[in-house]
Design a protein around this ligand. Sequence first.
Ligand SMILES: Nc1ncnc2c1ncn2[C@@H]1O[C@H](COP(=O)(O)OP(=O)(O)OP(=O)(O)O)[C@@H](O)[C@H]1O
Length: 250
Amino acid sequence: MSQEPSSAIALHDLCFSYPDNPDVLRDLNLVIPPGQRVGLIGPNGAGKTTLFMSICGILKPTSGRVLVQGEPVTSGSFNPQVALVFQKSDDQLFCPSVWEDVAFGPENMGLSGEEVNQRVREALNTVGAMDLAQRPVHHLSEGEKRIVSIAGALAMQPRVLIYDEPSAGLDIRARRRLITLLKQGDQTLLIASHDLELVLEVCERVVLMDQGRIVADGPALEIMADEDLMTAHGQEKPHSLIPHCLPHKH
Ligand SMILES: Nc1ncnc2c1ncn2[C@@H]1O[C@H](COP(=O)(O)OP(=O)(O)OP(=O)(O)O)[C@@H](O)[C@H]1O
């Protein structure tokens, strides 16, 4: 088996500007070791999705470098080592049936038909969506689409998984299943979420972004319990970290 590199994701002085929107990412430096689960939090427009698209090679950095599993990312090329679960499932799902959509990644990796089928079965079983296999994607509910998107990412068996708002639109049971799924496995996870309780449960480390900069990076409990820091960047300390005042019985 090949050795794991010393970092799963490494950003060196990463900057990104959209043609009509400069400095969306400003000098980001970050090293995530293999197997770490990292939560990326920050207000709307902080640059989380832009960062994800830079890590996956969908966007080309204006300057700086991105490495995934020790290799420089080449924008525009397919890298099965890293999979992104998009914030909007409709940006990710485009095949007629669920089965075909989940098979798309493995098929592009040049696997045999039997290997592809095996991976699709495994991924759909892992997310508990085997019963959706033959359904047309455009008939699925938002929550079902998200679950299928996750299966599509898992089917590539990437070493690095990036989730953009994975619990949005999920009901209580599906969200709980997602949390269990995120906590198992040894892949590196980078999860952007406004669901701070999910981040707290799943991630050992938290990176807080605001206005294109990393403003804090450290143990999840430490960062998220810092009320002044959280408030200063439009966040709230998760309720589970606030000592509860139980209502008095009269
Ligand atoms: N294609 C684009 N062209 C120009 N500006 C863009 C484009 N996409 C995003 N932006 C801008 O870049 C900034 C960062 O957006 P991004 O979607 O990365 O933030 P985010 O942290 O993921 O936000 P959210 O929490 O709302 O999903 C925002 O100001 C947004 O308006």
